[in-house]
Design a protein around this ligand. Structure first.
Ligand code: FEO
Length: 406
């Protein structure tokens, strides 16, 4: 018995990863449920390790490997993705295992060298390449920019297992390794959060992958991502494929997301009344005060939204720093298909809302009107009525766009 043990997931494949119960932030993405770093061992005439784990979990991975095989018997290591949550202990693993070959994509080769500055010999895989290692049949799919240039999938033909690195994954530390052991509501929430925060900028790449003839001709029986539960039933595989297809389309949804910060509750009042106007037209609205809303949660809300309204007061001729932080993060995720508008209360010039409006335009969003909606100091009843009418107009335009396109 070992302190950590491998879990068999198919005839010849074992899960030898690590569970990070303590992770709460993954480079700016809030992870209240922790995560897993999934690594896999393919047993056969030529044992193969697929991906590794974050550096501090090296011992856990090695213990799981040792529970089924002497690690020095491993002949090959495949690196599907060089980000350090999957390659962090690659160098240590290579030193201990001394594999005959390390396999990665061409860009993976470059990335691994640039990360670890080692002189290990890396064999480059080409798109669609097939390889037989001992009695194991492998097919490789390059998935560049899903979500790094090096990303690739590896398919084990014998068992129909697709190692999909980050794709189809989620940050969820769990003792239930398979998706069919979880409630679909939780899977949808975590998978959508992952898609929004990691894959949204590459939605077109996802769409292309899902219609790729190379992927289509694989007889996939189990999808094993590098994070979270594994998809082993045909029904669940179709379910996550369908969700990825939907999210990759980035269409306008009849839902508005309002984000705001406030100094003396005036911008907050505007946000609440705008929301009421939107609701009155039968459009769903989610109001997120920035105080208490993490930026990755905002990204998740935007994945299935059609309007993005941002409220800020003005402080020292600037938007609130909290709003600048959020916009910086959301802009990088390149959301599309959003009707957008800035608003806010101000004292002197109202530069804050103007700056937000410029950023929203720069993001290429569909602006509701050219100028931000501004109120000086505390809104009076007639200002609030105007805000409500503004909300109604946004809702009507969103209904029109989502029905007929922008
Ligand atoms: Fe899970 Fe892109 O690393």
């Amino acid at each position: 018995m070992k302190s950590f043990e491998a879990i068999k997931i198919s005839d010849r494949v074992y899960w030898v990863g690590a569970i990070d119960w303590a992770l709460r932030n993954f480079h700016g993405y809030q992870t209240p449920e922790g995560s897993t770093y999934n690594a896999f061992l393919i047993l056969g005439d030529e044992p193969i390790l697929v991906d590794t784990v974050k550096e501090q979990f090296f011992d856990e991975m090695m213990s799981r490997i040792r529970s089924v095989i002497d690690p020095t018997k491993i002949t090959h290591i495949i690196s599907n993705h060089s980000e350090m949550d999957h390659s962090g202990c690659l160098v240590k693993a290579i030193e201990l295992i001394s594999p005959k070959k390390i396999l990665a994509s061409k860009m993976g080769h470059t990335a691994l060298k640039a990360h670890f500055h080692f002189d290990a010999d890396i064999t480059e895989i080409t798109q669609g390449e097939q390889m037989t290692l001992g009695d194991t049949q492998l097919t490789f799919l390059e998935t560049r920019m899903l979500h790094w240039p090096d990303s690739m999938f590896t398919f084990v033909g014998n068992d129909g297992v697709l190692f999909s690195q980050d794709a189809f994954g989620m940050h969820l530390a769990t003792s239930q390794l398979f998706a069919d052991e979880h409630d679909h509501h939780i899977l949808r929430q975590e998978a959508s959060t992952y898609f929004a925060n990691i894959l949204m900028p590459y939605a077109k790449v996802v769409a292309k992958l899902l219609s790729s003839p190379l992927l289509d001709k694989l007889d996939v029986k189990l999808i094993a991502p590098d994070h979270g539960p594994l998809w082993r039933s045909g029904e669940d595989i179709q379910w996550i494929f369908d969700l990825y297809k939907q999210w990759s389309e980035q269409r306008y949804y009849q839902k508005a997301v309002i984000i705001y910060d406030t100094m003396w509750q005036s911008t907050a009042k505007m946000a609440r009344v705008i929301a009421d106007g939107i609701m009155s037209e039968g459009v769903e609205v989610k109001v997120l005060p920035i105080d208490g809303s993490y930026r990755s949660d905002i990204a998740t809300e935007l994945l299935e939204a059609g309007a993005f309204l941002v409220g800020t007061p003005t402080i020292n001729k600037q938007m609130f720093p909290t709003i600048a932080d959020m916009l910086c993060y959301i802009k990088g995720l390149e959301p599309t298909s959003l009707l957008s508008q800035a608003f806010g209360s101000h004292g002197c010039g109202g530069e804050g809302a103007l700056q937000v409006q410029v950023i929203l335009k720069d993001m290429g969003l569909t602006m509701f009107q050219d100028e931000p909606l501004k109120v000086q100091y505390v809104p009076e009843e007639n200002d609030l009525v105007f805000c409500r009418e503004f909300g109604q107009s946004v809702a009507k335009k969103l209904i029109a766009i989502s029905s007929h396109g922008a």
